[in-house]
Design a protein around this ligand. Structure first.
Ligand code: TRP
Length: 464
């Protein structure tokens, strides 16, 4: 067998892992779900989930990948035995990669469309209603949605075909620092706005009034997995390109901190605008695509800021999409012996087709309103979701935490103690954290995930 590709440097790995973590989840999704769930208290629960559940699992995933030097399915086989039920966790992850990337690419396509709009002159002089109309028109437009979705998939496939060092790592090295600089520039703008104070208090004062504990906690947990790219083997896959003495503790913490900082920065950019212009924080998935352009429309040089922002959003989405595709692609390379180009094209095509219903979800037919009627029947009145929402809900809130649970149980209970301890301690100064890590994976993660599951389906009832 050919020798396994590795990252060119530790920095390259950190940037690629951070590139995977930082994406639409941070800049598009986190602000809008925070807005929908009333701010501070949601942010707090989310932060707890990151530290107590997310970080230990990230270390677990990188541990599995780095030790087994194999992509998820093969890694579970190598660390247990052929035919073991643990392989199911790997399979679930590969399936999840297809599901998530299919709708992720549609949202990334919206960002591409907004780049195009910015180049055409941006939103200068448009009032709030006009900007809202721009988004609604895009959302309902089948041709445009499919066009941008296809284009984004082509870009993702183009990078993944290049392989690890020449594709993934090289692009992460360029795109990630750029993204950070752009965020800082936008933040400086936002700090000068009238609504900044109100935004800070909205985001950091826990207020439990009207808080829907069950659904919101599930959402916060699911999002902790989503934003750190956990629960489906992305970090197993990236970890498998590490050499066996690379430090997994420091790396995980660095990635977790970067990811959280960017998510909070995105909120600190968005919410001042929302409050300054008297808009609704709970506006849903259109939030970044409506509120920001309104502000850009009023700013001097707004078209340039808007180009900058949507360019940034596209970069962030691209480095994440790469990691999702890489999970699927590496499965066919490692397990089926396919070549990288063939595997990439094959997976890319399937995801492209799987994404079409999501691209059509804004319409009023089959995947849009008919689907909403159907999900209302299953999930109850007012819970109606189109195809796009349903995929996101299923993958993020259920498949990822379930996969994460499997990963935690596997590392904590199945892997041999000696291998686990040596693996954790290899190359790190933080060896002392070993028992804390094992404790969290053994008890806290499983209890937390299961409790949130039971709670959200109404089997247990704490507060209400
Ligand atoms: N974490 C990315 C984001 O926040 C999305 C993502 C990339 C992802 N790879 C993943 C989510 C793997 C779950 C699993 O946008």
């Amino acid at each position: 067998m050919a020798q396994r590709a590795h990252w060119g440097s530790r920095m390259g790995f950190i940037l690629a892992a951070a590139g995977s973590a930082v994406g639409l989840g941070n800049i598009w999704k986190f602000p809008y779900i925070t807005g929908e769930n009333g701010g501070g208290i949601f942010v707090l629960i989310y932060l707890v989930c990151i530290v107590v559940i997310g970080l230990p699992i990230m270390m677990g995933e990188i541990f599995i990948g780095r030790t087994a030097q194999n992509s998820p399915v093969g890694a579970f086989r190598a660390l247990s035995k052929p035919g073991s039920p643990w392989l199911g966790v790997g399979w679930l992850g590969v399936a999840c990669a297809f599901v998530i990337l299919s709708y992720y690419s549609v949202v990334a396509g919206w960002a591409l469309h907004y780049i195009y709009l910015s180049i055409k002159g941006g939103f200068t002089g448009m009032d709030a209603d006009t900007v809202g109309g721009v988004f609604n028109d895009l959302f309902a437009d089948k041709t445009l949605n499919i066009f941008w979705h296809v284009l984004f998939m082509v870009m993702t496939v183009g990078i993944v075909i290049g392989g690890i060092q020449k594709g993934v790592e090289r692009w992460a090295r360029i795109l990630m620092p750029l993204l950070f600089i752009m965020m800082i520039a936008l933040l400086i703008q936002a700090m000068r706005m009238d609504g900044f104070k109100q935004a800070v208090s909205f985001l950091f004062t826990p207020n439990t009034e009207n808080f829907r504990w069950g659904p919101a906690t599930l959402e916060a947990l699911g999002h902790a997995f989503f934003t750190l790219s956990l629960g489906m083997g992305a970090m197993i896959t990236y970890g498998s390109y590490l050499k066996s003495d690379d430090d997994l503790v420091t790396t995980s913490i660095t990635v977790g901190v970067l990811d959280t900082v960017i998510a909070l920065m995105a909120c600190l950019v968005l919410f001042p605008i929302i409050f300054t212009f008297g808009m609704e924080p709970g506006a849903g998935p259109g939030l970044v695509f409506v509120s920001l352009p309104i502000a850009f429309g009023q700013m001097t040089g707004g078209a340039i800021w808007s180009l900058l922002f949507f360019g940034l959003l596209t970069f962030a989405a691209l480095t994440s999409a790469i990691s999702l595709l890489e999970v699927a692609v590496s499965y066919f390379i490692d397990e089926r012996g396919w070549s990288r180009p063939f595997s990439t094209l094959f997976c890319g095509l399937i995801i492209l087709f799987l994404g079409i219903p999501s691209a059509l979800s804004g319409g009023t037919d089959l995947f849009g309103s008919k689907m909403v009627n159907l999900t209302e029947k299953v999930l109850g009145e007012g819970n109606g979701k189109n195809w796009f929402d349903s995929f996101d809900y299923l993958a993020t809130n259920w498949m990822l935490p379930l996969g994460g649970l499997g990963i935690a149980l596997f590392v904590a209970w199945r892997v041999g103690g000696q291998a686990r301890e040596q693996g954790f301690k290899a190359g790190t100064k933080f060896g002392k954290l070993y028992w804390g890590w094992v404790f969290l994976l053994r008890y806290i993660v499983p209890l937390g995930v299961v409790a949130v599951f039971l709670y959200s389906i109404g089997v247990i009832d704490f507060a209400e």
